[in-house]
Design a protein around this ligand. Structure first.
Ligand code: LLP
Length: 427
């Protein structure tokens, strides 16, 4: 639990401390920009979901893509949380963090034969299969290895998740999953699959969902299908409810649903289901636990606007430029200053490198430390080296202590693997 001195990133006052660590002092030691994650806040989120699932045969498989830091994966593992992976790289990270293969599920529309073979050899729990072509590849690779793959069909329930179009996945037009009609055919023909045990259902309709209604609708459709399958003798061992739980990006504006209400919706829809429930939350577990600490390089007085130029940029945090996402941005000094309006931008040479437009802020000065909140998910994991800015550093905070869990990349690291074209060959 977090006590008053372990202020979370979402305390309404400007919080100079997170998880008991003084942010000003921290930024004296570690050059900005860097991400800081509160271990206590992550543990709180894990605990609240686990509490909501008490008495249910359930496994939480954290969506690694949200924040794939080994330190975060270690925390998940310590608390019995498994992993939802979408690539061989994520499989490798999850195993490296000690997550047992029997707690790993593999999602994604583009699993390659090599990735399938690696996951089969690692003996992961289950594949969430997204197309008939993938199902046949899974069968063929599993047969060649003499291993039986456990599989769930990812249902595309054609439900509008009422979220940003780029992170919506459960509409018929999206690339994810298959229709119930198609899934019905898979089950009817499953005896032909000698090395695939098709006995699971999976659904994930999108991300940053702030209403229970889309979940209710999707789970209702999946539950109906599960009952239909059971009635004709297809046993379903597990139903995977996916991820998607929204978080608060904008104080006083976003009202996320709580874990208990969400679990109640799942349980209600799937009443009578005696198999195992899987969950794949990403953002819910880590987003609000993280901030991006950044300093003001300078204030530029443009012709029409005042620009607050930060030392972090779209390569460190892509969400605002990619999804027009709102992130609260607050000074760390905690002083009361007159309010003004800024366009808050990074140094990257693109107009899209904008964190916020016409944002009301206390007046800032060069050197001020700011935090960009709710950046624990899809922040560092989506960072790049665009404009040859080395990958951003990450720090874990825990009850008054901190540990650097990713060094800022050096220039040498940044060009690792590159070379001038000296050795020409023909193919
Ligand atoms: N399961 C599957 C199959 C997924 O595709 C995803 C996320 C999750 C679980 C976890 O979803 P969550 O609980 O985090 O909402 N970069 C975007 C989000 C992309 C989400 C992709 N899939 C963003 O920054 O908003």
């Amino acid at each position: 639990m977090i006590d008053a001195s372990h202020a979370t990133p979402h305390d309404s006052r400007a919080a100079p401390r997170i998880d008991g660590v003084d942010l000003q002092a921290l930024a004296e030691r570690i050059p900005t920009p860097f991400y800081a994650y509160s271990a206590s806040a992550i543990r709180d989120r894990i605990a609240s979901l686990q509490r909501a699932l008490q008495g249910v045969d359930a496994l939480i498989c954290y969506a690694v893509k949200a924040n794939s830091s080994l330190a975060v994966l270690n925390l998940m593992h310590e608390h019995g949380v498994g992993a939802d992976i979408v690539s061989a790289g994520e499989l490798w990270r999850a195993l490296r963090a000690g997550i047992p293969p029997e707690r790993i599920v593999f999602s994604g529309v583009g699993k390659s034969e090599e990735e399938i073979a690696e996951a089969l050899s690692a003996k992961i729990l289950r594949f969430n299969v997204e197309s008939h072509e993938e199902l046949l590849t899974l069968q063929q690779v599993a047969a060649s290895l003499g291993i039986t793959a456990r599989a769930a069909v990812r249902i595309n329930p054609d439900v509008d998740a009422l979220t940003h179009a780029k992170i919506s996945t459960g509409k018929a037009e999206n690339k994810f999953g298959v229709s119930i009609e198609e899934a019905r055919r898979w089950f009817a023909e499953k005896e032909a699959l000698s090395h695939v045990q098709l006995d699971g259902l999976h659904v994930h309709i999108g991300s940053q969902i702030l209403s229970l209604d889309p979940f209710r609708e999707a789970f209702k459709r999946v539950a109906q299908f599960w009952r239909e399958l059971e009635a004709v003798g297809h046993a379903i061992a597990s139903i995977d409810a996916g991820g998607g739980l929204g978080v608060r990006y904008r104080e006083g504006h976003d009202h996320p649903v709580d874990a208990a209400a969400y679990v109640a919706v799942v349980r209600d829809a799937l009443a009578g289901f005696t198999g195992r429930l899987l969950f794949e939350p990403g953002r819910y577990l880590v987003a609000e636990a993280g901030v991006l600490l950044t300093r003001v390089i300078r204030i530029k007085h443009g012709e029409q606007r005042k620009f607050l130029v930060l030392d972090s940029a779209m390569n460190d945090l892509q969400r605002p430029s990619l999804y027009d996402a709102w992130h609260d941005i607050v000074p760390v000094h905690g002083e009361t200053r007159a309010m003004t309006e800024y366009d808050i931008v990074g140094p990257v040479c693109e107009t899209g490198d904008t964190f916020a437009r016409a944002r009301a802020m206390p007046e800032c000065a060069a050197g001020d430390l700011l935090m960009i909140r709710t950046t624990g998910a899809y922040g560092a994991s989506m960072a790049s080296t665009y404009n040859s800015r080395p990958l951003v550093a990450e720090v874990l905070l825990d009850r008054g202590r901190y540990a650097v869990v990713r060094q800022r990349q050096s220039f040498e690291d940044m060009i690792a693997g590159e070379q001038p074209a000296r050795h020409w060959e023909t193919a």
